[in-house]
Design a protein around this ligand. Structure first.
Ligand code: ADP
Length: 265
């Protein structure tokens, strides 16, 4: 892509260099019900490697459920999920564990380990899940904490930090696993208003300066417009409209999209 001209692409089926992009995530015919409430209804979509895709739409339309399925925190009732060419659902547990290492998530409520220092929060999974040495994990964690502006907070506990700082730690913790995909679930919704801009600026920087694939659920339409390659408008468990941010925010085709954006912008 224009953003990352040096990124290698997989060869085509005959070994020739692929001209297009490579698909990293694919959901096919995914259905999810809670009781008799169908939350996702035969959903199909895919995300190409290195792209930033944003899910927008009214509360309850199924956006978070999609991220939770990719994190294997909830299972589809039907359909298939494929990540980097391998089946995540349905799949045997060992395969699921391997694919899960490629995916990082930042939650609305930070979900830091309260009894661990900031540094330990960031080193824990690389050591226990990836088998990284503690020295290597700490060196990497210090770099990441520097990146998120918290180099001086290594020894602090999460409770000693502001919400914005806790969310920066959560972002560093997710990046410490060197995921191919970063899932962001309304990461600024729980923050005091004056802390929102700083966290969004950090995520803009990460989107610009890395080739990580991002899938974001957000109500921050300015942020969505800035970072997205593609925006998906959801309603009632279906994609109502998909397109570039210029198209979706500037000239949406669907009445439902216009109505939603009219209410939130
Ligand atoms: P969004 O992220 O678009 O706001 P969600 O994916 O969080 O939507 O939720 C979609 C629907 O699924 C909502 O109606 C929600 O109440 C319902 N839902 C989500 N999780 C559960 C659950 N664990 N049990 C029952 N219903 C749930």
């Amino acid at each position: 892509t224009a953003k990352n001209p040096d990124r290698p692409t997989n060869p085509g089926p005959d070994g020739s260099p692929a001209s297009g992009t490579t698909e990293l995530i694919r959901l096919e015919n995914v259905t999810k019900r809670f009781g008799d409430h169908t939350v996702l209804d035969g959903l199909d979509f895919s995300v190409d490697t290195g792209k930033h895709v944003t899910l927008i739409g009214p509360s309850g339309s199924g956006k978070t459920t999609i991220l939770r399925m990719l994190m294997t925190l909830t299972r589809p009732d039907e359909g298939t999920i494929t990540v980097d060419g391998e089946r995540l659902f349905p799949a045997p547990p060992k395969q699921v564990r391997e694919i899960r290492k490629k995916i990082g998530m930042v939650f609305q409520q930070f979900n830091l380990f309260p009894n661990m220092t900031v540094l330990r929060n960031v080193t824990e999974a690389p050591v226990t899940v990836l088998g990284m040495s503690r020295d290597e994990a700490e060196a990497r964690a210090r770099e990441l904490l520097e990146l998120v502006g918290l180099a001086d907070k290594c020894a602090a506990r999460p409770s000693q930090l502001s919400g914005g700082q806790q969310q920066r730690v959560a972002i560093a913790r997710a990046l410490a696993m060197r995921p191919q995909v970063l899932l962001l679930d309304e990461v600024t919704s729980a923050l005091d208003p004056e802390l929102v801009a700083g966290v969004l600026d950090l995520l803009r920087d990460i989107a610009r300066s890395t080739d990580i694939t991002m899938l974001c659920v957000t109500h921050e339409m300015g942020f969505a417009r800035d970072i997205s390659d593609q925006v998906l408008m959801f309603d009632s468990g279906r994609v109502v409209e998909a397109g570039s941010p210029e198209k979706i925010f500037g000239d949406p085709e669907q009445e439902r999209t216009r109505e939603f954006l009219g209410a939130v912008l």
